[in-house]
Design a protein around this ligand. Structure first.
Ligand code: SF4
Ligand code: SF4
Length: 78
């Protein structure tokens, strides 16, 4: 998990095996299966670009370690 000003995820194009678990588990429905095929022949998951809360559920659902990076919102310092 990383920190950012806006929560988001990055999915490693060539590490994704297209299992769709992250798409099913995301409570905000902001992941989808794209029509793009990676070098290993898998249709890959993609982030829609909006609505991610940085909850991390997709990260824990993904069976391929390191494929999904979640950027959580930086906590305001007081
Ligand atoms: S971090 Fe949460 S909201 Fe964001 S894509 Fe993953 S499951 Fe969905
Ligand atoms: S859970 Fe992981 S391997 Fe499966 S589709 Fe999502 S990013 Fe790809």
């Amino acid at each position: 998990m990383e920190e950012a000003t806006t929560p988001r995820v990055e999915i490693s194009f060539d590490q994704c095996k297209g299992c769709e678990l992250c798409v099913i588990e995301c409570p905000k429905k902001c992941l989808f299966m794209s029509k793009k095929i990676n070098q290993f022949g898998y249709l890959v998951a993609e982030y829609s670009g909006k609505d991610c809360t940085g909850c991390g559920i997709c990260f824990y659902a993904c069976p391929e370690p390191g494929t999904i990076t979640v950027y959580k919102k930086i906590k305001n310092k007081v």
